[in-house]
Write a protein that binds this ligand. Structure first.
Ligand code: F6R
Length: 616
């Protein structure tokens, strides 16, 4: 949460910083600000409550300066309402120092009391301003911004990325990070800092990821990194494998619309080079988990939100294909319940951003307890994969819309590949079943294209439901996580009460919610499935229809049994049971987006949310 950018080089920093903020706006969008060291030796800053466009409009009419060093911030409020005063940067030292912060400084109350007792005056209600005032004090003592930052971070508790500039340190930006992301972009005669690589990918594809508790100092010609204790470090360089155009809207009405259209490609890219036509899965990145003949006797997935629903699907598949017991837990519940994990347990985190604080903390907890950790992640250089024993990257490309769509599908696919890999490794998944799965995966991208094409029909449905106050989703087995995902999308995008239920639970309570006109999406298993789930779900449909529900069934093409009972049927192509959820979820993603559109809401940036939840 919160996007931060730093720049030093030869370009007009206002343009670089505002461009960076635009790409990071998904991280927080309640206020924004920028500070620039001007060529005449001063510091100019401007910050505004509201979306980035409010600040951008101001700066278009009154540009700050031609200075080539600066920092900028887009905020998701934690301490203090989204106002001009609480927006970052925070100034200190008579306006000579500017500081921006992402995270939460947990001991800010006591630090603030000390500063107030020492005569400092606060202009905001934020926790961040303490860091600005402390840094100014330390700079007066040390006359060196890096040393001053080192002195400050030693006194802070919690999570923070801090960036600062000072007029007495021209051509320098200093950053520090603990439990909050910061990456460095390496240019030629210029260098960049950002919450993630999107901040600077328009200028360079070379980057460094800072480790935990490190301080970085950038000038146009140099990047130096030290630990909080002052020891020099050399972080590993990596190359960003997508370019700036991948993070542009490219003519689509919203990033979400673009990202849904990219769902087939996200799946194909995540499979590429990993699954042979014979069904054999190759994942050399997982070798490290088996070093010294280590075995895995149990798997626990940890994730939040949509990523947790992807993990549920992964769990069903992995347990079936490998025989290894698998459970799924919300990251924030996992580590507070004292779980029994240790050697033999593989803890698999699923995170698009790789920065979700709850998941990161759960990964650290699992590692401390002696478990092996594997990260399924979409973001190179992010903290969670770097801190895990192994990383299995999804290749969905940058996801900018706050609501996760294409990343969800790629997470499911990566989890399935993990299941096949483990099943083949321990001999539970045989050759013919592997080959059959390879054929299923092969057909998947084209089948997903078909689902994306349901867009106009779903838009029509959403159009007549714009006044709906509640929508329910029912699914069973692999349809259940899809029901949860459909409901989450509707809540977060259209601000409509929505719940996903396991269809088998219906008669244990939820059926009481059904009254005439209640809209219910039902994800119907294939009638070809050898289990009797299809007929059970069709019975559920009859039960809710009898009580007046309006049923929208997502069912396989040719499934005649649902037709008499459903008000609408959205058809999915014939697929095996583990592929069905990937197909069924696409119209639900579209539905959430279109209902938000029909209500005139901001599709890419829903209220109160941010994409990367880097605070607990
Ligand atoms: C919902 C959504 C969130 C994220 C969750 C985890 O559309 O996007 O529920 O899935 O915040 O985020 P990551 O995957 O970055 O850990």
């Amino acid at each position: 949460m919160c996007g931060i950018v730093g720049y030093v080089g030869m370009r007009a920093s206002q343009d670089v910083l505002m461009g960076g903020l635009k790409r990071l706006e998904y991280r927080g969008y309640d206020s924004a600000g920028v500070a620039i060291l001007s060529t005449d030796g001063g510091l100019l800053a401007h910050k505004r409550a509201g979306k980035l466009s409010v600040l951008a409009d101001d700066l278009d009419s009154r540009p700050l300066s031609s200075g080539t060093t600066g920092i900028a911030h887009t905020r998701w409020a934690t301490h203090g309402a989204p106002t001009d005063a609480n927006a970052h940067p925070h100034l200190a030292d008579g306006g000579k120092l500017a500081l921006i912060h992402n995270g939460i400084i947990e001991n800010f109350q006591e630090l603030k009391a000390e500063l107030v007792a020492g005569g400092e005056e606060f202009l905001s209600e934020t926790d961040s301003e303490v860091a600005a005032l402390m840094l100014a004090r330390e700079f007066r003592t040390h006359s060196n911004l890096t040393t001053a930052m080192q002195a400050v971070v030693g006194k802070l508790e919690g999570a923070f990325t801090l960036l600062a500039v000072h007029t007495d340190a021209p051509g320098v930006v200093v950053g520090a990070r603990r439990n909050s992301p910061l990456v460095v972009g390496l240019g030629d005669g210029e260098n960049f800092l950002g919450s993630d690589v999107a901040a600077f990918v328009a200028y360079t594809q070379k980057a460094l990821a800072l480790g935990q508790d490190q301080i970085v100092t950038i000038t146009p010609e140099s990047v130096s990194v030290i630990t909080f204790e002052g020891d020099p470090v050399t972080p590993a360089e990596f190359t960003i494998d997508w370019d700036a155009s991948a993070a542009e809207k490219g003519g689509w009405s919203s990033f979400m619309a673009k990202e849904i259209s990219e769902e087939p490609e996200a799946v194909a890219n995540t499979l590429r080079g990993r699954l042979g036509a014979d069904g054999v899965v190759t994942l050399p990145e997982l070798d490290v988990l088996f070093a010294g003949d280590a075995t895995i006797s149990r798997i626990i997935f940890i994730a939040c939100g949509t990523a947790a629903y992807a993990a549920m699907l992964g769990a069903y598949a992995i347990e079936k294909w490998s025989g290894i017991p698998v459970s799924v837990e919300l990251s924030h519940e996992f580590r507070y319940r004292d779980p029994a994990v240790g050697a033999g347990t593989l803890v698999v985190s699923v995170s698009q951003s790789g920065e979700t604080m709850d998941t990161l903390m759960a990964v650290r907890y699992a590692a401390e307890k002696g478990a092996k950790t594997l990260s399924i992640c979409n973001t190179q250089g992010a903290t969670i994969p770097r801190e895990s024993d192994a990383a299995l990257y999804t290749f969905a490309g940058p996801e900018v819309a706050v609501a996760s769509t294409k990343a969800f599908l790629s997470q499911v696919v990566a989890s399935y590949l993990l299941g096949m890999y483990l099943g083949q490794r321990n001999g539970v998944l045989g050759e013919s079943e592997s080959k059959k799965l390879a054929d299923d995966f092969d057909a998947l991208p084209a089948q997903l294209e078909e689902m994306v094409e349901t867009g106009p029909r779903i838009k029509e449905l959403a159009g007549w439901m714009a006044d709906t106050r509640s929508v329910l989703y029912l699914g069973r087995h692999v349809g259940y996580p899809v029901a949860l995902e459909g409901a989450l999308k509707l809540k977060e995008l259209a601000y409509i009460h929505a719940e996903g239920f396991a269809a088998g639970e219906l008669k244990h309570g939820p059926i009481a919610l059904i009254e005439p006109g209640q809209i219910v999406f039902v994800i119907v298993p294939s009638p070809r499935d050898p289990s009797s789930l299809h007929s059970k779900v069709v019975s559920n449909i009859q039960e809710i229809r009898a009580r007046g529900a309006r049923v929208i069934a997502i069912a396989e093409k040719g499934d005649a049994a649902v037709l008499p009972f459903a008000d609408e049927v959205i058809q999915i192509p014939l697929a095996s049971s583990f592929m069905e959820p990937l197909l069924a979820v696409v119209p639900l993603h579209i539905f959430g987006m279109e209902l938000a559109g029909a209500k005139g809401l901001d599709i890419d940036q829903p209220r109160n949310l941010a994409k990367s939840v880097t605070v607990e």
